[in-house]
Design a protein around this ligand. Sequence first.
Ligand code: CMC
Length: 434
Amino acid sequence: MAAKKGNADTITVTDNRTGQTYEFPISDGTIKATDLRTIKVSDDDFGLMTYDPAFMNTASCKSEITFIDGDVGILRYRGYPIEQLAEKSSFTEVCYLLIHGELPTKAQLAGWDEWIKAHVYVDESIRDVINGFRHDAHPMAVLQAAIGGLSTLYPESKEIGDKDQRMKDMVRLIAKTPTIGAWAFRRNLGRALLNPNPEQSYAENLLHMFFDESGMEYNFDPKIIRALDVLLILHADHEQNCSTSSVRAVGSSETDVFQSTSAGVAALYGPLHGGANEAVLKMLRRIGDKKNVPAFVKGVKNREELLMGFGHRVYKNYDPRAKIVHKIAHEVFEITGVNPLLEIAVELERIALEDEFFVARKLYPNVDFYSGLIYEALRLPAEMFTVLFAIGRMPGWLAQWNEMLDDKDQKIARPRQIYTGSGERNYVAMSKRK
Ligand code: CMC
């Protein structure tokens, strides 16, 4: 049957309970959920709601920051393809781009880098807090606590209406997150928490803070430093994912940026999100040998477990970041030697990409599938992988938080529920309970 052509920018809905017809505007391929509230069966009816657990089909904001076309495998920051940024940009330039919306001029980038370098030091009280945790505390839990703890140092950050204050706090977080991340790692090793060196580039300083000994500095191959910088670029933003939505939701209560982004760290910690890179490594170690891959895949298909590092809510094609990570892995292994787990990962990918179970569900490797292998080759323990993800994601959280505060459509985040519990009932005295 040929579709009847009507007004292209509206939708007409008939409520079969009442026979009444409603017309709603369509803008950017969406209708406003609150428009549905006008659909009622009676005057005292609350109005129609949508039920959308996990926000499978609900846009929570308008954003100019990151574009993803998951069917084709496209990722762009502020319009620039991730492939070009990974090849030509630096992490701090990408931070500038995400937050300001435009690439910096040479002078702007130099000023930006200087500003970040001026804020890399972290107050001794945070060092004391980190040293107060048990030696085997997971570094993501330590990072989350310490990022939130920065609030104690900067009470002026509560002035979220002051754009200069906001910018200063965003620079503070870009600058201090690596220092705190490295301290969380060194706490695990029982080593002294080293001070940052603002003379070094962002990625180089991070490597030094991870690995140097007091009085002994390592020399890192420039290709390793660049590989780390590119990994940070690849993680810098990914629109409304679980951690970014958490940052926006917490920030919508007008709390400060340190509390808001510590919520992002908490969300990222989970194995279905940033924690997947750690889970991939543990999975590969458990598989242990290429010959065990078919049996493992069989277990995944029998729903015994997930193939970690595969699948994505948005990408139904190869994650463009995973392609770049795969390439970097080979470049890094030329310097560090091949990670023996690579062979297992490649075999897993090969079998999965041919298998009907994964093909039918459009399950492809995501960014976490190979990144852990690189971090391991850099001699970082699996517990640190998600910390590196968090350091990379910080500018994305900040740009999204900043955008949310300027968005006149936004209010405190407060979803509705469908109550399914008991109706009213009288309190029962303890002596009468069965
Ligand atoms: N292994 C096996 N089956 C899977 C996997 C997987 N990794 N991912 C999805 N499926 C199946 C799932 O069981 C479902 O099958 P069916 O329709 O027959 O019930 C189907 O594929 C659709 O999956 P879903 O769980 O409805 O998809 P989702 O969008 O809710 O979940 C995901 C996305 C990333 C949480 C999920 O794919 C997953 O758990 N992957 C493993 C964890 C992982 O690698 N996470 C990192 C994501 S990328 C980095 C980041 O942004 O955090």
